[in-house]
Ligand binder design. Structure first.
Ligand SMILES: C[S@@+](CC[C@H](N)C(=O)[O-])C[C@H]1O[C@@H](n2cnc3c(N)ncnc32)[C@H](O)[C@@H]1O
Length: 119
């Protein structure tokens, strides 16, 4: 998850950086204890079965998967097709959408998107 201001803009014809990083992202970042603890905290604040928009869901690990395992309904949005393919493999119960912060209105909205219309 990430706040809109923290994410980079992709200019036309630019390959999203994470398309190049792909699977190496999960292999490089294995120490996720703090992130996992923060998502545990978030899960404790949410009602069972809450709908969560995971902006910049990446490969789906660990966050989308953690939310799904806790019974949340997850919509994962990412600009990198390569990362979304990994998310679809590693967090298959999430609904995914390929979009950038610039093309996904839900990114700037306080209204959560629905799995049938993620962006
Ligand atoms: C740090 S990784 C994903 C981390 C993942 N959420 C987790 O569970 O650890 C950040 C992801 O944000 C995506 N991203 C960065 N800027 C973006 C933007 N402006 N629009 C859409 N996706 C973006 C990247 O493609 C990348 O897959």
């Amino acid at each position: 998850m990430a706040a809109p201001g923290m994410l980079s803009r992709v200019t036309e014809n630019q390959v999203p950086a994470f398309d190049l990083i792909g699977k190496r992202y999960d292999e490089s970042f294995v120490e996720r204890d703090t992130q996992i603890a923060e998502v545990d905290w978030l899960i404790a604040q949410l009602p069972q079965g809450a709908r969560v928009l995971d902006l910049g869901c990446g490969s789906g690990l660990p966050t989308a998967r953690q939310l799904l395992d806790a019974g949340m309904v997850v919509v994962g949005v990412d600009e990198s097709r390569v990362m979304l393919d990994l998310a679809e493999e590693q967090a298959p119960a999430a609904t995914t959408a390929s979009a950038t912060s610039a093309t996904c209105p839900a990114w700037a909205s306080s209204t959560p998107p629905s799995p049938s219309s993620p962006c």
